[in-house]
Design a protein around this ligand. Structure first.
Ligand code: GLN
Length: 547
């Protein structure tokens, strides 16, 4: 029988609820339990696909083609549980299905209300999230306790706990202990008030996880226990990490979270949890042998969350080479305005990530040109791959007005064009080419070598593609069509053979990487960047000696 854990957050947003939930999932998996992970988001958008990355950070994509909250990325990076369309529900998605049922007359004349109809729909969504019948289903509730919009979700989990009966549900509340520099102390009042709010609506958290920048003393934990009605040893410290988010699961185990979860759910571990490999990985992160710098030229670089999975993927690839990867965030627009030389001087590799629209696209094209002619390892992802194709068409094929119809619909030379099946689509939400598609790799290519496979599957999110009308000419001019979806006849990977590393992919490899299992293309890209950096350092040392 499945047991349920609900993770709520209090005091402030951005506390790291996603990371903490993912860590809980990982801790359970390491004890031999099967799990499922789910996020409930209280906003009204049906999914984050129509939101600007500045609003919501990156849009994560699942294998089955859902555009989802970026916390699902943490779930996939920390755990081995499959993430599906049922792993993320928003208020909008819940309301949409209730309203559709109402229109079909399924409520048989009743007045449709938040309680019980919306809350029933939320409870059904929680059960769908656990349809694999795992030992433990973990559901994170987005937003902060006290928000108006999260109330139906909190009410639903209160009812859920009642339906399931004693010992089957566990409420974990993540809270903040702010540190007041003036008085030099941590404060518990916001936590008391946040737990008070939860208790008002009938939820008594059994475990409190306290985010703090300073050590939480035993006295402080006892005080929180007394005022919040939580057992003393269930007040768990979650200190700010020193050097990596991947410290969080181990820190939580050291603070006793694993034992508390087992005790509250009445579970016996299936096996003794092994953390040796994880500790060795953390040690590698802490003591790298190399340091390199990768330039990421994008449109949303001001916001770290906008390219979260890209940065994590680079970090994972670095771990495989015992290499610290510094990121130089470069605005693609600044490259368009002032050229690539200044902003990208001295980087060891260049990555152009996905994106949409006109702003920054010319800068991305110039960034690709800079990487290509200066033989700097280059990795282009989605819009970045499309920029690479446009650049090749303009400067190698000598078609100066080559472009994408994404921002020049009447282009004379649309080397990137809208996919045929996209042309009739009018609605914006959830209508791109989404989710996992197969790709066949050409022999003798970088991709085929590093994947070590002939067929792969990767996740997509785009409307445009390499225009097949230009494929033969591009190939003749040396652009290698390294991966193709044979069924749809779409080019998915382009490479340049005469270059240390030049790969553009139409899909999003950054969604399939874990700290100890980096994505093969990212791993190879970082390997090439290390070679580039050693070569440059060697060259500058030689010049120095000569002088
Ligand atoms: N804007 C491009 C398209 O829709 C690329 C999308 C992306 O980078 N995710 O095809």
């Amino acid at each position: 029988m499945t047991k349920y854990i609900f993770v709520t957050g209090g005091v402030v947003s951005s506390l790291g609820k996603g990371l903490t939930s993912a860590s809980i999932g990982m801790i359970l998996e390491r004890m031999g339990f099967t799990i499922s992970m789910q996020k409930l988001d209280p906003y009204i958008n049906v999914d984050p696909g129509t939101m600007s990355p500045f609003q919501h950070g990156e849009v994560y994509v699942t294998d089955d083609g859902t555009e989802a909250d970026l916390d699902l990325g943490h779930y996939e990076r920390f755990t081995d549980t499959p993430i599906t369309k049922d792993s993320n529900y928003t208020a909008g998605k819940i309301y949409r299905s209730v309203i559709l049922k109402e229109r079909r007359g399924e409520y048989l004349g009743q007045t449709v209300q938040v309680i019980p109809h919306i809350t029933d729909e939320i409870k059904a969504a929680i059960r769908r999230g656990a349809s694999s019948a795992p030992d433990v289903a973990i559901t994170e509730i987005g937003g902060t306790v006290g928000d108006i919009e999260s109330l139906p979700f909190l009410e639903a989990i209160r009812q859920f706990n009642l339906d399931e009966g004693p010992g089957n549900c566990l409420f974990i509340h993540l809270t903040l202990l702010p540190y007041l520099r003036a008085s030099g102390e941590l404060k518990t009042k916001p936590t008391q008030q946040s737990v008070g709010k939860l208790r008002e609506i009938g939820i008594q958290p059994q475990i409190l996880i306290c985010r703090t920048e300073k050590a939480m003393s035993r006295d402080m934990a006892d005080k929180i226990s007394l005022f919040c009605n939580v057992r003393k040893d269930a007040v768990i410290e979650e200190r700010d990490v020193d050097y990596s988010i991947y410290e969080v699961p181990i820190n939580l185990v050291q603070a006793g979270l694993d034992r508390q979860i087992l005790a509250h759910l009445g579970l016996q571990p299936r096996r003794g949890a092994e953390w040796g490999d994880w500790k060795r990985m953390l040690d590698t992160i802490q003591h790298p042998e190399h340091t390199i710098e990768i330039g990421v030229a994008g449109k949303y670089i001001e916001l770290h969350d906008a390219y979260k999975s890209i940065y994590e993927a680079l970090h994972h690839a670095g771990i495989a080479h015992a290499c610290k990867v510094r990121i130089r965030k470069v605005s693609a627009e600044s490259v368009a305005n002032q050229g690539a030389d200044g902003p990208l001087a001295g980087v060891d590799g260049i990555l152009v990530p996905g994106g949409f629209g006109e702003r920054g696209f010319e800068g991305k094209i110039e960034t690709v040109r800079y990487a290509r002619v200066n033989r700097i390892p280059f990795f282009g992802i989605c819009y970045g791959m499309q920029a690479a194709v446009v650049e090749y068409a303009r400067h190698v094929l000598q078609i100066p007005d080559a472009t994408t119809t994404e921002y020049q619909p009447q282009a004379a030379n649309p080397v990137i064009d809208m996919m045929e099946e996209q042309k009739s689509i009018k609605e914006m939400g959830g209508t791109m080419r989404l989710g996992a598609f197969e790709c066949t790799l050409a022999p003798g290519t970088i991709s085929q070598r590093v994947y070590g496979a002939e067929r792969i599957s990767e996740r997509h999110r785009h409307r445009f593609e390499l225009n097949n009308a230009y494929r033969a000419r591009l190939a003749e001019a040396g652009l290698v069509m390294a991966g193709v979806n044979e069924r749809l006849d779409l080019v998915e990977i382009v490479e340049i053979a005469d270059h240390p590393f030049f790969v553009g992919v139409q899909y999003h490899p950054e969604f399939k990487t874990k700290p100890m299992r980096p994505h093969p293309l990212f791993r190879e890209f970082i390997g090439a960047a290390i070679q580039h950096s050693l070569h440059c350092r060697g060259a500058s040392r030689a010049a120095h000696i000569e002088a």
